[in-house]
Design a protein around this ligand. Structure first.
Ligand SMILES: Nc1ncnc2c1ncn2[C@@H]1O[C@H](COP(=O)(O)OP(=O)(O)OP(=O)(O)O)[C@@H](O)[C@H]1O
Length: 254
């Protein structure tokens, strides 16, 4: 197995009003290529902070994070921006979609900013449309971002996260704001991308979402308290997986 993300003694401290909050305390773990890892744990335990820290969205206080063998804290701003643009995809709660662009233009923007895939704008637009088609949102290609539903916007985020063919996608509660049907659709997409080889790490509170992953990291008070490994997702075994994972989570104090 080849590692894609190596997290070593990661610490993250916030200072608010001169008070230190040690949110992540010597966190260690490895994510291997092709994995789909869920991060779970109580509210405030540091899940989102972890996702931001390991994806280079936020500075870390101590330790190291290696992505594809590159130490993220050692990269300069330009190198980090390029790594994130070309090799990482992001599906975050604050969707960071630009208001003055259509949904399609938002989706293809990372490709227009990157030189990773050498292609004409026409081909980029075609690829963007293909992704939208696959995710069932092609009819809103020309809409503004305030002219679509939450589920459509989330699927647009997935399209955007995929446009530069990233090695790994980071998702912070990708189904958090969605009803069950939209949540299932989004997860179907993510598990499909994962089965096609994209590594995924996501934060979730939802057992149904986590049960579709291959591993769950359980974080309490800034430390990984335990991990639970599963086979690759198999639709037919979903109930069984959910039940088993639920049992483990209860043991962990969830
Ligand atoms: N930008 C920030 N500045 C200061 N403190 C922060 C910041 N972001 C998070 N924190 C603090 O870090 C701790 C962990 O927050 P985080 O959002 O990572 O938790 P979480 O496990 O994702 O919670 P939830 O499940 O409720 O989303 C909290 O005490 C929070 O107040």
């Amino acid at each position: 197995m080849t590692s894609i993300l190596e997290v070593k003694d990661l610490c993250k401290t916030y200072v608010v009003n001169k008070r230190q909050n040690n949110v992540l305390k010597n966190v260690n773990f490895v994510v291997y290529e092709g994995e789909m890892v869920a991060v779970m744990g109580p509210s405030g335990s540091g899940k989102s902070t972890l996702l931001y820290a390991v994806s280079g969205m936020d500075h870390i206080t101590a330790g190291d994070v290696e992505f594809c063998g590159k130490s993220i804290p050692k990269l300069n701003q330009k190198e980090l921006a390029k790594l994130r643009l070309d090799d990482m995809g992001f599906i975050f709660q604050q969707m960071y979609m630009l208001k003055n662009l259509s949904i399609l233009d938002n989706i293809i923007l990372p490709a227009c900013q990157s030189d990773k895939i050498k292609e004409s704008r026409k081909t980029t637009v075609e690829r963007g449309c293909q992704l939208m088609h696959k995710l069932g949102i092609i009819e809103v290609a020309d809409n503004d971002i305030n002219e679509v539903s939450g589920g459509q916007l989330q699927r647009a985020c997935i399209c955007r996260s995929m446009i530069n063919l990233p090695k790994m996608i980071f998702a912070d509660e990708p189904t958090g704001a969605l009803n069950r049907a939209s949540s299932d659709e989004v997860m179907e997409e993510l598990t499909r991308l994962n089965s096609e080889g994209t590594t995924i790490m996501l934060v979730t509170h939802d057992v149904k979402v986590a049960a579709k992953c291959t591993r769950v990291l359980y974080i309490v008070d800034g430390n990984i308290r335990g991990e639970y490994t599963m086979e690759k997702y198999d639709k037919l075994k979903l109930r069984e997986r959910e039940r088993a994972l639920n049992g483990w989570l209860i043991e962990m104090g969830w």
